[in-house]
Design a protein around this ligand. Structure first.
Ligand code: MTE
Length: 400
C-alpha cells in the first residue's frame, strides 16, 4: 500500500520510479496516437511525493493565500476565484525538464530517473490569469518574483518555486491558476483542485495543489527551487555537486523557458518495417515544441547522419483552437484575441520510401524555432540531466 492507493491509474502508463512516488509517461506511440490533446489517463505525471486527497465537497472551499510584498494580502477560496474572476480556457503543452533524460543516463548516469520522450502532454486548461489575482493584491515597490507553494509535504518541505513578477503580469505569457483540464475538474495527479500553469516553461514551475502565492524581492528559497530544475555546468559531477551549495544557489543555472525539441514517434524504436512494401512510402511522424512561446518554424529529417536534411510538413493544431466554439468548454471561454504566441507542441510528418529507409543507418530529426534556435547535434550532459534536446535518433537494424 502507498499513500496514493486510493487513486485509480491507467495500466498503460510506464512507471519510472517504482511504486511510489508516481512518475509516469505513456508509451510514445500511444501518446502520439491521442493527437493534439492528451487525455488525463495518459498525461505524464511528475510527483515528488504523495497526492493530497481533496473530496469533491471540499473543492469550493479550497483556500490559497496571496501574501508577501503586497498592499492587500488575500485569502481566496476556489469558489471566489471561479465567481469573481474572468475565466479563460486555452491549450497548453506541459513538458518535464527531464524529458528525454534516458539518453543522458546512457552516456553518464545523472541524478535523475530515465524519462523517454513522452514526458510531454497537452491539455485545455481552464482558470484565471495569475496577473488578475496579483494585480488585486497590489504588489509593493521592490517586488520582483512570485513564489508558489503546493500542499504536498515532502522530505524537504512543501514543493515550491518562483517565476518573475513581470512575466506573470505580462498577459501574453498566459500564466494562469487553473482548476479545469480538458473540460473537467483537474485530476488528483495533476493538481486537483488548483494548480499554476506556466506556459512555455518547464513543467516544474507549474506548481500543483496550490496553497500560496508569495510576492518577494528574491527568487524562491524553497529546497525544490534550488536543488531541482537546473542545468549546472557540464563538468560538475554528482559527488562534487553534493558538497558545493554555491553551484545550486546560482540563479543563472535555473531553467525557465523550454528548449527547442522534437522526437520521432513513427517508426518506434522497436517497430519492424517490412521490405515487401518496398515500393510503398512510409510516413515518418513525430512532435516538436519550442520554449517561451516561440513557434517551431521547421522540422528536418536526415537519413545520412546529418549531411543532408529534408523538410517535414508541420501541423499547428493549436491554431485551430483560436476559432473554436467556447460552448462545450468547462467554466470558461476560449479567447485567443490577446495571445499570438505558441505554447503547444506541433506534429510533423514526412513520406519516405521504405527502400530508402531500409538502406539508412538511422533516422534523425531536429527542429528550429522562430528565433532560429536549432536543436544541437551533441548532447549537453549535466548532473540533473535536464533539457536534453540533441537531434533525435531512431536506429535502423537489418534482419537477415
Ligand atoms: N507541484 C507540486 N506541488 N509537487 C510536485 O511534485 N512537480 C512539478 C510540477 N508541479 C510537482 C509540482 C514537476 S517537476 C512537473 S514536470 C509538473 O508538475 C508535472 O505536472 P503533471 O504531473 O500534471 O504532468
Amino acid at each position: 500500500k502507498t499513500p496514493d492507493s486510493w487513486l485509480p491509474r491507467d495500466p498503460r502508463l510506464i512507471r519510472l520510479t517504482g511504486v511510489h512516488p508516481f512518475n509516469v509517461e505513456a508509451p510514445l506511440s500511444d501518446l502520439f496516437n491521442e493527437g493534439f490533446l492528451t487525455s488525463p489517463e495518459l498525461f505524464y505525471v511528475r510527483n515528488h511525493g504523495h497526492v493530497p486527497q481533496v473530496r469533491d465537497e471540499e473543492i469550493p472551499d479550497w483556500e490559497f493565500t496571496v501574501e508577501g510584498l503586497v498592499d492587500r494580502p488575500m485569502t481566496l477560496t476556489l469558489r471566489q476565484l471561479m465567481e469573481e474572476y474572468e475565466q479563460q480556457t486555452y491549450p497548453i503543452t506541459l513538458v518535464c525538464a527531464g524529458n528525454r533524460r534516458k539518453e543522458q543516463n546512457v552516456v553518464r548516469k545523472t541524478k535523475g530517473f530515465s524519462w523517454g520522450a513522452a514526458g510531454v502532454s497537452t491539455a485545455l486548461f481552464t482558470g484565471v490569469l495569475m496577473a488578475d489575482v496579483i494585480r488585486r493584491a497590489k504588489p509593493k515597490r521592490g517586488a520582483r518574483y512570485v513564489c508558489m507553494e503546493g500542499a504536498d509535504k515532502l522530505p524537504n518541505g512543501y514543493y515550491g518555486t518562483s517565476v518573475k513578477l513581470n512575466w506573470v503580469m505580462d498577459e501574453n505569457r498566459g500564466m494562469m491558476l487553473a482548476h479545469g483540464m480538458n473540460g473537467e475538474m483537474l485530476r488528483p495527479d495533476h493538481g486537483k483542485p488548483l494548480r499554476a500553469v506556466i506556459p512555455g516553461q518547464i513543467g516544474g514551475r507549474s506548481v500543483k495543489w496550490l496553497k500560496k502565492l508569495i510576492v518577494t524581492a528574491e527568487p524562491s528559497d524553497n529546497w525544490y527551487h534550488i536543488y531541482d530544475n537546473r542545468v549546472l555546468p557540464t563538468m560538475v559531477s554528482p559527488e562534487e555537486s553534493a558538497n558545493k551549495p554555491e553551484w545550486w544557489t546560482d540563479e543563472r543555472y535555473a531553467i525557465y523557458d523550454l528548449s527547442t525539441n522534437s522526437a520521432i514517434a513513427y517508426p518506434a524504436h522497436d517497430e519492424r518495417l517490412s521490405m515487401t512494401e518496398s515500393s510503398e512510402n512510409y510516413r515518418v511522424k513525430g512532435y516538436a515544441y519550442g520554449g517561451g512561446g516561440r513557434r517551431v518554424t521547421r522540422v528536418e529529417i536526415s537519413l545520412d547522419q546529418g549531411k543532408t536534411w529534408r523538410l517535414a510538413n508541420i501541423d499547428y493544431a493549436e491554431d485551430r483552437y483560436r476559432d473554436a466554439s467556447p460552448q462545450h468548454l468547462y467554466g470558461g471561454s476560449l479567447d485567443f484575441g490577446w495571445r499570438e504566441a505558441s505554447f503547444c507542441w506541433c506534429f510533423w510528418e514526412l513520406d519516405m520510401s521504405v527502400a530508402e529507409l531500409a538502406g539508412a543507418k538511422d533516422i534523425l530529426c531536429r527542429a528550429m524555432d522562430e528565433s532560429m534556435n536549432l536543436q544541437p547535434r551533441d548532447l549537453y550532459w549535466s548532473v540533473l540531466g535536464m533539457m536534453n534536446n540533441p537531434w533525435y535518433r531512431i536506429a535502423i537494424c537489418k534482419e537477415d
